[in-house]
Design a protein around this ligand. Structure first.
Ligand SMILES: *Cc1c(COP(=O)(O)O)cnc(C)c1O
Length: 381
């Protein structure tokens, strides 16, 4: 059977069908060596020479991620943040970038604290708003437009095809942090994106036990070569065991994301209009500002992430999170267990996140159990 005819869920479940060529093991071995000997001809038997960059344990997970996204190449990093900053590290002094005003809080913190000092010119704009994006790009000067879709923690969805056109018309590339969408729900390259970034710590691994990030390329161009060199020279990589765990996690990616999306939609629909809440933020609700874009662009579901705004203040929100028993009051997202978090507590003073906002990462538990847990916590708080 031709590989191209297979559904991506099949390819993910089988890790692209990779086996150990020596033993036939259906789970390829974990390589722990940091160095690789040359043969009698002084040639390398494979392209591996030193594990700072070319660890054979990365080959399978990188191939799976590139395949699922429909890219030509993928690189693993030691964390989602290491992957996020890699494209910015590849830019040059004076380059202009446009990034969202609301996004995963670590990246703007790095850009303000380090990127600007290294000569990047950064504009923070609502990148889901096409007029704002078009006004922010500077033809010839802007090298990178960054978007996150759906974006933390309000789950705005960017129309990627329109954003790609705006970026390309200005001579810039479009990079998409697609952590919350995963390749199950959105494949940004199909909409014109040039780079896809994942905090693989989240859904790709899915079990809250690996830190990892990935950058995926649509084409091997100049910026990609510099990202490759950046990783090779500085080594922000994960360990071999973590690379194995990530491949194992991705085998169930489709099942997990579909289950989480279904439950998140059920929770969003149940709590919309609830007397203890002012807003339920979820792109699968018709009242969400980007519902139409999400319906067009997200395939088979709207993801496992949503947010509540509670009637009350930050203290009320924290009391709700603490009163949950199934939802664990913890940061992060994308694992099989549900989490709830008051983002204002971790995001710091520059954060634009409403103080009454709770972020929910819906896991794969039974949806009725999760709804009952939230009802009890809202009643108790
Ligand atoms: C968590 C997250 C990151 C950072 O990933 P780490 O693995 O925690 O470094 C980046 N982007 C998004 C959207 C995230 O959710």
């Amino acid at each position: 059977m031709n590989k191209r005819e297979l559904h991506p869920a099949t390819r993910a479940a089988q890790g692209l069908g990779w086996q150990c060529p020596v033993t036939g093991a259906v789970v390829p071995p974990i390589h722990v060596s940091t160095t690789f000997a040359r043969g009698d001809d002084y040639e390398l038997p494979a392209e591996h020479d030193y594990a700072r960059d070319k660890n054979p344990s990365f080959n399978q997970p990188e191939a799976v991620i590139a395949d699922l996204e429909g890219g030509v190449d993928a690189l693993l990093f030691s964390s989602g943040m290491a992957a996020c900053v890699a494209p910015f590290q590849a830019l040059r002094h004076g380059d202009h970038v446009v990034v969202p005003d609301i996004m995963y809080y670590g990246l703007p913190k790095w850009l303000r604290g380090f990127g600007v000092d290294r000569g990047l010119s950064v504009d923070f704009v609502p990148t889901a708003d096409m007029n704002a994006l078009a006004a922010a790009v500077r033809p010839g000067k802007t090298k990178l437009v960054w978007t996150e879709s759906p974006c933390n923690p309000v789950w705005r969805v960017t129309d990627l095809a329109r954003a790609a056109n705006i970026a390309h018309d200005a001579g810039a590339q479009l990079a998409v942090d697609s952590t919350a969408a995963t390749p199950v729900l959105t494949r940004p390259f199909e909409h014109g994106a040039d780079l896809v970034i994942h905090a693989a710590t989240k859904y790709l691994n899915g079990h809250s036990d690996v830190m990892a990030g990935a950058v995926v390329a649509k084409q091997k161009d100049g910026i990609w070569e510099r990202i490759v060199d950046h990783r090779a020279l500085t080594g922000p990589i994960l360990g071999s065991f973590e690379a194995f765990l990530l491949t194992r996690g991705m085998r169930t990616l489709y099942l997990r994301v579909q289950a989480a999306s279904q439950s998140a939609l059920a929770i969003a629909e149940h709590f919309e209009g609830h007397s203890a809440l002012t807003h339920v933020l979820y792109p699968g609700l018709p009242g969400h500002p980007d519902y139409d874009v999400a319906k067009r662009q997200m395939v088979g579901g709207f993801g496992g992430m949503l947010s509540f705004r509670v009637k009350g203040d930050a203290e009320t929100a924290r009391r709700v999170a603490a009163a949950c028993t199934l939802f664990k009051p913890a940061t992060s997202l994308g694992g099989v267990e549900s989490l709830i978090e008051h983002r204002g507590t971790v995001e710091g003073s520059e954060s634009l996140t409403p103080k009454d906002l709770l972020r929910l990462s819906v896991g794969i538990e039974d949806a009725d159990d999760l709804i009952a847990d939230l009802e009890e916590a809202l009643a108790a708080a």
